[in-house]
Ligand binder design. Structure first.
Ligand SMILES: NC(=O)c1ccc[n+]([C@@H]2O[C@H](COP(=O)([O-])OP(=O)(O)OC[C@H]3O[C@@H](n4cnc5c(N)ncnc54)[C@H](O)[C@@H]3O)[C@@H](O)[C@H]2O)c1
Length: 390
């Protein structure tokens, strides 16, 4: 067993989700690597110490540069707002650290290229936390695609809807609300929510080659928490786009933070010649699957019992579930991070990088940038072609 000494930067939502994953991963997966919670970095020393005490970090730092300089840190985990990802990731890679970075990889493609080149030049293991791939039901959808059960794809439909920014008095900027501040987030729902949808879509259905998009900012001015001033809002509150996939299928994507009643409504449906599948993160244990034909005596035949099935993805046969509880017992949101971490560590141990790594996330960033460009120009935008492992 080899220790992997983690330097965690950020103690917010993702700081907790990842700390939990580091603590649990060896208890449920057979690994040769053991993450050690070596140091927690946050700007406020006192809050950092409280978090470190609660989660079992051995030490704290208040400057991420000091964390990266330490010889007793093997891997840096970036759980801070998007505008800080590039500088930290590049510095960490240059210092020879493994780099784990939250999504979206960066503010834009130029940053993502720089980050990807930095980790590849340094030859350090790297990953981006697109954790939804590790929801068993979504991983099962991937298995169905790979088994040929969906057949030639025609349509992909992705939505990612929330409702938490409808009130006009929600401020922008600063702690927790940096997502509304373009200077910290880069974009609105496109980078924050659609990046997830795009990663899942390209994992299941291959590269997106061109897009045409429309965006809207419903509340044009909000008070900024840092300055106290009412300032223009420069993020996209909502985004819709059409996409063409390399395999010839068509896609529609919709995201907003103005869909009353929708909290984390991350859904997709894929329709192919032989079947369809549908997933909804607000009901995450289930994958809906429709099979058009079934095999009888080697023949594909119509079946009068054909219909949608709801697959409760808690059997030992389902992805990841042989690591968790007995059939019928569910796992939750936090487990997707544990599953993702396990895949990453197993990949490094085997010398076969688990995806998505930085290069894979760069392709997702290219789609995000093309979406925003199209929304500006009101024209189709091409996504640069690139071959990546997904
Ligand atoms: N994979 C997912 O599903 C998912 C979910 C939520 C957020 N995210 C991503 O995770 C990242 C963090 O989001 P979050 O929700 O945890 O945000 P958050 O606001 O909850 O936490 C951000 C943390 O960064 C810290 N921070 C800010 N500037 C810093 C600096 N200069 N040095 C050190 N610490 C600093 C803040 O103090 C805070 O602890 C973002 O990139 C976000 O897009 C991913």
């Amino acid at each position: 067993m080899k220790d992997l000494r983690i330097g965690m930067i950020g103690y917010g939502f993702m700081g907790k989700a990842h700390s939990n994953a580091y603590q649990k991963v060896n208890r449920f997966f057979d690994l040769q690597t053991r993450p050690v919670l070596q140091a927690l970095c946050a700007r406020d020393q006192q809050i950092a110490q409280q978090f470190a005490n609660n989660w079992g970090y051995a030490s704290v730092e208040s400057d991420w540069r000091a964390l990266i300089e330490r010889d007793d840190i093997d891997a840096v985990d970036i759980c801070v707002p998007n505008h800080l990802h590039r500088e930290i990731a590049v510095a960490a890679a240059e210092a020879g650290k493994w780099v784990l970075c939250e999504k979206p990889l960066s503010m834009n493609v130029a940053e993502a290229v720089e980050m990807t080149e930095a980790v590849e030049k340094a030859g350090v293991p790297n990953m981006v936390w697109f954790n939804y791939r590790r929801v068993p039901a979504i991983a099962l959808a991937k298995q169905l695609v790979d088994e040929g059960r969906i057949g030639k794809p025609f349509h992909y439909r992705g939505t990612y809807l929330q409702d938490w920014t409808i009130a006009e008095d929600v401020p922008q900027g600063g702690a927790t609300l940096w997502r509304l501040d373009a200077a910290a987030a880069g974009s609105g729902v496109t980078g924050d929510l659609l990046a997830h949808s795009i990663d899942t879509a390209m994992w299941l259905n291959g590269p997106i080659t061109r897009v045409v998009a429309d965006t809207e900012t419903f509340v044009r001015e909000r008070m900024h928490q840092d300055t106290g001033q009412v300032q223009p809002v420069e993020i996209d509150d909502a985004c819709m786009f059409l996409a063409r996939f390399q395999n010839g299928s068509m896609g529609t994507f919709e995201s907003t933070r103005y869909a009353r009643g929708r909290k984390n409504f991350n859904t997709f449906e894929l329709n192919g010649h032989d079947g369809s599948c549908h997933f909804d993160l607000e009901d995450p244990q289930y994958l809906d699957f429709y099979e058009h034909t079934r095999k009888a005596d080697g023949q594909k035949v119509e079946d009068h019992l054909t219909g949608w099935r709801r697959i409760h993805t808690t059997n030992f046969e389902h992805p990841y579930m042989d690591r968790w509880w007995v059939p019928g017992c569910t796992i939750g949101y936090e487990h997707t991070f544990i599953n993702a971490l396990a895949d990453f560590l197993i990949g490094v141990e085997k010398g076969e990088a688990a995806q998505p790594d930085f290069r894979c996330a760069l392709q997702t960033q290219m789609v995000c940038d093309a979406v925003l460009e199209s929304a500006r120009t009101c024209e189709w935008a091409n996504v640069p072609g690139m071959t990546v492992k997904r």
